[in-house]
Design a protein around this ligand. Structure first.
Ligand code: MZP
Length: 497
């Protein structure tokens, strides 16, 4: 074997050194925009993000609820691929349909709630839509509230309930999957509803959108147009069923795809990218990974990846390093791949953004990763803590927690992510099932995190991520100076009380 003597390092072992802060270096002037996909010298990326954060391709992180919340803040989610094609497509459609009034809420409303309770929830959450689905699960998660058995449209008393809700909310959605358009229109006529039946290409009803003034008139059937598709959403794919999954996701309107694998330096990934290029040219955007060195980067760059993810074994729920002995300290992997990306750009004129995936623990690790050359960051643990993540919030040992499990755990059974060929199943676990501390709403937390990133950039005297990558100085720290960085040699009051 070739032995690399350089120790591979994590973010914790580095700090940023302040540069000159001028009067122009204020948080309001900081621009966090970043390219998501490759572009040629002198051109701009077809998709850029307003903030350099994406959520992990994981069951316990990226469903439509989180995707909507993050896209609204300028980031992007990759809807997890360890589910049926149909249900992944459904989640993508929910995000893309959001503008058409499809979904807006995460408050847990039960049939027991009175209108007064709901108004209080509305006040608290700022959500403006309440929804009803057939079974309260599946697509019900998007609204996660009441079932249409409780509030079926068309019966007098429930009609009243609909009316009550309408005084509190902008729109009410009742999913009645699969009803024909004419049956949907009958319901609307019979009940004198001002509702928009949203239909699929087969003219079957997907859902109604009720308007605030729903008693006034009857609207024409309404299909989601390309103008209403405003929120960005990505979707994970694997190297097994990509010939079926990719066309379905493209049809559903996914803006960008990403091959989800723990080790992306493989012919399987090259074949998957080739499938996209042969069938869609450069129209469909697809990222690949994960890699941890320049050879892996160059292989996927040459294969035609639109962005490349970096990181093996650094994820908070990941035990790949223990199980297989592969991986690399995240900071070292990132620094090497960023240098390879820059050299590749110099030589070919093609800039391929890189994403640092996994291992972010502190907010300042994000700033470090961006300064080390990441164009954007993928995080699981960070987002799993929020209200909008799809998992249960539980009270454990007196503290609120959210569930968070790895794609390589027995719970997720995402064997395609760890596929090394041969017959398909999860042969051994590479991830754990865990809890993370519950942290509240995505927006509130993200505002604080972005505030910290911007403040650090002001300290470093830079206004954009590009400037940060070229100008900032980073220093390694000894283990003793890491201790110096926390509160030390004092008796903390809260520990004593
Ligand atoms: P983190 O943000 O929780 O530290 O890491 C999230 C990343 O860990 C994911 O984006 C993915 O690359 C990786 N991951 C997901 N599941 C597993 C696993 O079960 C894993 N081992 O390593």
């Amino acid at each position: 074997a070739q032995i690399i003597n350089e120790v591979s390092r994590t973010f914790n072992e580095y700090l940023l050194i302040p540069g000159l802060t001028t009067k122009a270096h204020t948080p309001d002037n900081i621009n966090l925009e970043t390219p998501l996909v490759k572009f040629k010298k002198g051109e701009r990326a077809r998709i850029s993000l307003n903030i350099p954060l994406v959520s992990a391709i994981m069951q316990s992180v990226s469903d439509s609820g989180l995707a909507i919340a993050l896209a609204k803040q300028g980031g992007l989610s990759f809807i997890f691929s360890s589910q049926s094609i149909e249900s992944q497509v459904n989640m993508v459609e929910i995000v893309k349909g959001y503008k058409a009034g499809f979904v807006e809420s995460r408050a847990n409303i039960t049939p027991e709630h009175t209108l007064k309770d709901i108004l209080a929830l509305k006040e608290k959450t700022g959500f403006s839509t309440v929804g009803v689905t057939d079974d309260g699960t599946a697509s019900g998660r998007l609204l996660g509230m009441v079932t249409s058995r409780d509030y079926r449209v068309g019966k007098d008393n429930e009609h009243k309930k609909v009316k009550d809700f309408m005084t509190a909310f902008e729109s009410l959605i009742v999913a009645q999957d699969g009803i024909s358009l004419s049956a949907a229109n009958d319901i609307i006529w019979e009940n004198k509803l001002n509702a928009l039946p949203v239909i699929d290409p087969d003219q079957h009803l997907k859902y109604f959108v009720f308007r605030k003034d729903y008693e006034n008139s009857i609207q024409n059937p309404h299909e989601i147009t390309d103008a209403e598709k405003q929120l960005l959403v990505g979707a994970g794919v694997n190297t097994r069923d990509y010939k079926e999954r990719i066309p379905a996701l493209v049809n559903a309107g996914a803006d960008v795809l990403c091959i989800d694998s723990s080790d992306g330096f493989s012919e399987w990934q090259k074949e998957t990218i080739r499938f996209v290029r042969e069938n869609y040219g450069n129209e469909v955007l697809i990222g690949a990974g994960n890699v941890v060195d320049k050879e892996g980067f160059l292989y996927l760059a040459e294969a035609g990846a639109d962005f490349i993810k970096v990181g093996i074994g650094g994820g908070s729920i990941c035990i790949t390093r223990e199980q297989k002995g592969i991986g690399r300290g995240q900071a070292t992997a990132l620094i090497e791949v960023a240098a390879a990306r820059d050299k590749y750009f110099e030589e070919t004129g093609n800039y391929i953004p890189i994403c640092s995936d996994g291992g972010i623990v502190q907010d300042y690790h994000m700033t470090l990763a961006l300064a080390m050359g990441a164009n954007f960051l993928m995080m699981g643990r960070y987002f799993a803590r929020f209200d909008e993540s799809p998992t249960r919030k539980l009270l454990v040992g007196g503290n609120y927690v959210k569930e968070y499990w790895g794609e390589g755990s027995n719970r997720a059974r995402n064997w395609e992510r760890y596929d090394m060929g041969g017959s398909g199943n999860l042969k051994f676990e590479e991830g754990v099932d865990s809890y993370v501390p519950y942290a509240g709403s995505l927006k509130e937390n993200l505002d604080i995190t972005l505030g910290k990133i911007k403040s650090t950039m002001c300290s470093c005297g830079v206004l954009s991520l590009e400037e940060m990558q070229s100008n900032v100085k980073i220093t390694m720290v000894s283990s003793t100076s890491i201790i110096e960085g926390g509160a030390h040699d004092v008796i903390l009051k809260e520990m004593n009380s």
